[in-house]
Design a protein. Structure first.
Length: 156
């Protein structure tokens, strides 16, 4: 292929010599392309490098934010697990209390008015209390006996 180009250039030179036409090389095109190409390549390389660095920084920051979010979710979940375990322990204590003989006797005496043989029943009418203390506890927590009464009942 090189010989064909050389032959074609020689034919053009010969034709130009016979016809008296002078051919000038195009210095503007040849001079611009070598200067333009390195400048353009440097710009593209610089912009590509900036984009790559930006992507790496963005990925790192996004990863840190996700890790922080996951740490918060883990902490919240552990707190929730602790609370649920406490609730489960209280419910287990409630089940044990409701199955105990002390609870059955208490309900029989207080709600049904039953007495053991040889005992007498009497009622004391007390004035109404002013305002009741309202606490925010689960509904089933009110079924548990007070701490002093419940400790003896579970040990029976």
């Amino acid at each position: 292929m090189r010989t064909a180009d050389t032959t074609a250039d020689a034919a053009v030179d010969a034709a130009a010599d016979e016809g008296g036409i002078e051919l000038e090389p195009a210095p503007a095109t040849a001079a611009v392309e070598p200067k333009l190409l390195p400048w353009l390549a440097r710009r593209v390389l610089f912009i590509g490098s900036l984009l790559l660095v930006g992507f790496v920084v963005y990925s790192g920051v996004e990863g840190l934010l996700q890790a922080n979010s996951l740490d918060e979710r883990i902490s919240q979940t552990r707190t929730e697990i602790t609370q649920l375990r406490q609730d489960a322990d209280q419910l287990a204590a409630l089940i044990a209390w409701l199955d105990s003989d002390a609870y059955i006797e208490r309900i029989a005496r207080e709600d049904l008015g039953m007495v053991r043989p040889g005992e007498e029943s009497f009622a004391v009418h007390a004035p109404n209390r002013g305002q009741l203390d309202i606490t925010r506890t689960p509904w089933w927590a009110n079924l548990l006996p007070p701490e002093s009464e419940g400790a003896g009942a579970l040990g029976d």
